[in-house]
Ligand binder design. Structure first.
Ligand code: F6R
Length: 360
């Protein structure tokens, strides 16, 4: 049931404020963040493993665990991790993020870590899945059934649960006092409202997408926790619109990809007004100097400060910088969705893809 939407993907994008609010209600109790079995004081390193979109959620979370909790994190894609057979230290925990909980490479990676780490943790949507069952602790993301092949609410619910884990790690490791925790939880609580604002951009996004649909190649740029979001924006766009897209860390631009830029290449710049904003804007100016068409996604202050010269912009509400990837995921998803609509591709069932990849 698409609940009045044309596609499951549109329905699932629109559901995000609701499911994220519900996930927060589930994990936040009077006693704090309820995650029984997870005392991060016992853990000295996280090894996070996943595939595709779920691996980008892990990459965002790496910034959070490191910056909020001072906890070292390795992130790997499952198909590389499992065959590389990396050495693991016994004080580590492994963390597997999977919407379906059945992805073959992620499950094999989990089994590899089983007797090599102190704890196996999973962050899953399907609570009865193989990955959930084989973990010591399985944290549900509570996104509800996700039908569209392209993961949308799965991604933002993964991020929400990972953000809560990072806050818990910060408290358990003595890096955050009660007042700081309350402030951070307040920011998380503001997410559903901010997401509702982002969803109102749908018509603006559709107009931009009509032009993007003409492009052969599109680049996405971001810094810090917005770098994995650039990868996610590019993946989402290519999988449903079939336009070639790549995500790069903004600072890598001049190390190669800038050679691609000319007046035909749209460049989506994901730049909330954070500590790295100025750096990203200077990369954006390098793109504009080569006649690249910049679509800037920022907040009102960020769009204003960037000045004229950008091709298009989308203005999101201001958000605490560490949570920006969760909010900025929505315009990235909406861009992919509306570009696919403009191209007439099969949004919910893109060619060559399966919802759950249970073969290697
Ligand atoms: C992209 C997408 C895929 C999945 C990947 C992992 O939109 O949905 O990249 O994220 O196949 O799937 P799960 O999370 O089920 O392990």
């Amino acid at each position: 049931d698409k609940a009045g939407h044309k596609h499951f993907m549109a329905k699932e994008i629109a559901e995000q404020p609701g499911v994220i609010g519900a996930a927060l209600d589930h994990y936040l109790t009077d006693a704090g963040i309820a995650m029984p079995g997870l005392d991060f004081a016992e853990c000295d390193r996280l090894v996070m493993v996943a595939c595709g979109t779920a691996s980008y959620a892990c990459m965002v979370a790496k910034y959070w665990f490191e910056q909020l909790a001072g906890l070292p994190v390795d992130v790997d894609i499952a198909s590389e991790f499992r065959y590389r057979e990396p050495p693991l230290s016994p004080g580590s925990w492994s963390v597997f993020v999977s919407q379906s909980g059945e992805t073959a490479d992620t499950l094999a990676a989990l089994r590899y870590t089983r007797d090599r780490v102190a704890k196996v943790v999973s962050v899953v949507n399907v609570a009865t899945s193989s990955i959930a069952r084989e973990s010591d602790v399985a944290l549900p993301i509570l996104a509800g059934v996700e039908v569209s092949v392209a993961s949308t609410k799965g991604f933002t619910c993964q991020l929400t649960v990972l953000a809560l884990m990072a806050l818990k790690a910060a408290v358990d490791r003595g890096r955050m006092d009660a007042g700081q925790l309350a402030a951070h939880l307040g920011h998380l609580r503001s997410l559903p409202g901010l997401m509702n604002h982002a969803l109102l951009l749908s018509n603006d996004v559709a107009r931009i997408a009509a032009d993007l649909a003409e492009a052969q190649d599109i680049l996405f740029l971001g810094r810090g926790p917005m770098y994995p979001l650039a990868l996610e924006g590019a993946l989402k766009l290519k999988e449903i619109s079939y336009i070639h897209a790549e995500g790069y860390a903004s600072g890598e631009l001049k190390h190669g990809p800038i050679a691609l830029i000319d007046q035909h290449v749209p460049v989506v710049v994901l730049a909330p007004r954070d500590a790295l904003y100025e750096k990203t804007v200077s990369n954006m100016q390098e793109v504009m100097a080569r006649h690249g068409k910049v679509l800037l996604i920022s907040d009102a202050e960020g769009v204003e400060e960037a000045g004229g010269g950008v091709w298009r912009s989308l203005t999101l509400p201001r958000i605490e910088p560490w949570l920006a990837p969760v909010l900025y995921a929505l315009p990235a998803q909406m861009l992919a969705y509306h570009t696919a609509i403009a191209k007439g591709t099969d949004v919910d069932q893109p060619r060559n893809l399966a919802k759950s990849v249970t073969v290697e």
